[in-house]
Design a protein around this ligand. Structure first.
Ligand SMILES: [Zn+2]
Length: 406
């Protein structure tokens, strides 16, 4: 008997979608192994594998090495069975890509674009880049199975509509998915906030095989946090989970935050706050990137200030560590490019102030993907939806009905 595989609610053990999950995870690669793991009769497994083969998501790929009996045919998930279009829209900059169904980036482009130009202009721009990227790799819109988009503001994930986003004028309640419905019929369009998709990108690419619980902290102009709990993005009751930037740090009541409160961690340790303080001290720092350049040049004021910012952030993170007990904290965003002093400050306070049990195996690491985290995460968000057992079971049923009708 093989390993026990936990199934999401409503998924039938041994359904075609479940079998695909086992093949994708590498838990099984032949019909006999699928039968052994699920406890299904071999004839049932054979029937369900045939149904998966008919979708194109699985192919037969040679034979396994013989260990006595007849070698079994090897089954393999086919990442090339479809394409995912992804866009990571920031305040002034965006990255657009095409990936396969395993999340591998096939083509990408990064360009400046102003989110404040409004949804019509920005989404037309995104659509034009989708078309260019597809033609650059000689693929067609028919192959697109889903679209994933990240935006720099809160999103109602179920409807794909931004909710009162502070830096996205004109986007409030705009139905982003509907903008692409005609061009890619049948392909779901999923939208989330940019920090959530970055968290998912880091998790999927580097940690999902070893870790279930992760915090991703974006230290850019502001500060945000994406939460991966039990392998999934945790959005909270209203989609506002992870708003760490506006936690109050006592003792800094003179720091006024853009949210209207005082002493928010973002107003003390965010990239814009650091740039403003360094500028007041006579440096030519307009934004977070300029702060990082100053750190890279070895400026002592900048290095000390970033390390202090790390300590301040560490106080807030220590509470989050005690509360949530993550296995990994990933630090990303522009300021994280000054990662040595920033991570040193964070680690110093987190390990000192969190409970020993919560930090026993805790790792605090620098982003592995940098600016590429968003499109990887947008792809993972779509792929997990498309290949979820329930979605695949529905696809198999629909395909069988279509065949019967023709
Ligand atoms: Zn605030």
């Amino acid at each position: 008997m093989g390993e026990v595989v936990a199934l999401p609610d409503g998924v039938q053990a041994g359904s075609p979608g479940h079998l695909l999950t086992l093949l994708r995870a590498g838990s099984a690669s032949t019909r006999p192994q699928l039968a052994a793991i699920t406890g299904l009769a071999r004839s049932t497994v054979a029937q369900r594998v045939d149904a998966l083969l008919a979708t194109g998501l699985v192919i037969e790929d040679g034979a396994t090495a013989s260990t006595g009996g007849r070698p079994a045919t090897r089954l393999r998930f086919r990442p090339d069975a479809g394409l995912v279009l992804v866009g990571d829209l920031g305040a002034t900059h965006a990255r657009v890509g095409v990936t396969d169904l395993a999340g591998a980036v096939l083509a990408e482009v990064a360009e400046d674009v102003d989110i404040a130009a409004g949804p019509g202009a920005v989404l037309d721009w995104l659509g034009a880049h989708f078309a260019d990227l597809l033609s650059s790799i000689g693929r067609s819109a028919d192959e697109v199975r889903g679209v994933g988009i990240g935006v720099p503001g809160p999103v109602e994930h179920d409807s794909g509509r931004p909710v009162s986003p502070p830096i996205m004028p004109g986007w409030d309640a705009y139905p982003i998915p509907e903008h692409f419905a005609e061009r890619f019929p049948g392909a779901p369009v999923l939208v989330d906030n940019d920090v959530n998709i970055m968290a998912l990108g880091e998790y999927w690419t580097s940690f999902r095989r070893s870790v279930d619980d992760l915090l991703f902290i974006k230290v850019g102009t502001g500060i945000g946090c994406g939460i991966v709990a039990s392998g999934r993005i945790h959005r909270g009751a209203q989609g506002a989970a992870g708003d760490l930037g506006h936690v109050q740090v006592p003792g800094y009541e003179d720091a006024v935050c853009r949210c209207g409160n005082v002493a928010c961690v973002e107003a003390i340790a965010g990239g814009q706050a650091l740039a403003d303080r360094l500028r007041a001290a006579g440096h030519d720092t307009r934004n977070a990137r300029a702060v990082v350049e100053l750190v890279a040049a070895g400026d002592r004021d900048a290095i000390r200030m970033v390390r202090d910012a790390g300590r301040t952030l560490g106080h807030v993170l220590a509470a989050a560590v005690n509360f949530f007990n993550p296995a990994v904290i990933v630090i990303g965003g522009d300021v994280a490019n000054a990662h040595e002093p920033l991570l040193a400050g964070i680690r110093e306070v987190v390990y000192q102030r969190s409970l020993p049990l919560a930090t026993r195996h805790l790792r605090v690491v620098h982003s592995q993907l940098g600016d590429g985290a968003g499109i990887r995460g947008a792809s993972a968000m779509v792929v997990e939806h498309l290949l979820a057992p329930a979605t695949v079971d529905e696809l198999v049923t629909t395909a069988a009905a279509d065949r019967a009708a023709n």
